[in-house]
Design a protein around this ligand. Structure first.
Ligand code: GAR
Length: 186
């Protein structure tokens, strides 16, 4: 069983989908810790419902990004976490985490990268008028949504309907992330 930490800044629906795959037995992993940089984010409520330990640490409490990440690494090592899974963690990963977990940090992004990196990828896609967008799972490097791509799935845009498009994308994310993680852990 692979021990993972899920990092999230917001709602945590991807965290929940991962944890449900763990419970169903489709994903052979254990979520040892949920980390959030936004104390009080809804992901905290979800994690508690599953009795998963949560680390709520605001980078603002630290003098530098390196200090913040050192504190994270200390907790991750104490729990023998092997992989870091970013799920709506809206922050660039720095050198400390990258060198503590080389090729062991993955991210999910709601577009077909390299199109529409950064914030509000779904809004960017709608604005641009693309007919097909999608979901990408990739290894994390120092850039913004830039590391090597592991898996992608296309999603058709629902014309002029952001909410419906978002729903389709989230459904694909919730399916694709667990499957991709399972393929990485084997
Ligand atoms: C997801 O759509 C994820 O792909 C996106 O944030 C959302 C988090 O939702 N991530 C990024 O945009 C990363 N650049 P969730 O909190 O419900 O899982």
């Amino acid at each position: 069983t692979t021990k993972i930490a899920v990092f999230a800044s917001g709602s945590g629906s991807n965290f929940q989908a991962i944890q449900e795959s763990v419970i169903s037995g489709d994903l052979h992993a254990q979520v040892a810790l949920v980390v959030t940089d936004k104390p009080g984010a809804f992901v905290v409520t979800r994690a508690k419902q599953f009795d998963i330990p949560v680390l709520e640490l605001s980078p603002k409490q630290f003098n530098s990004k390196a200090d913040y990440e050192e504190a994270l690494v200390e907790e991750l090592r104490a729990l023998n976490v092997e992989w870091i899974v970013l799920a709506g963690y809206m922050r660039l990963v720095g050198d400390v985490l990258l060198s503590a977990y080389p090729n062991r940090i993955v991210n999910i992004h709601p577009s077909l990268l390299p199109s529409f990196p950064g914030k509000d990828a779904i809004g960017q896609a709608m604005e641009h008028g693309v007919k097909v967008t999608g979901v990408t799972v990739h290894f994390v490097d120092a850039g913004m949504d830039t590391g090597p791509i592991i898996s992608q799935q296309a999603v058709e845009v629902v014309l002029n309907d952001r909410e419906a498009t978002e729903e389709r994308i989230h459904a694909v994310e919730h399916d694709l992330y667990s499957k991709t993680l399972q393929s990485l852990f084997n």
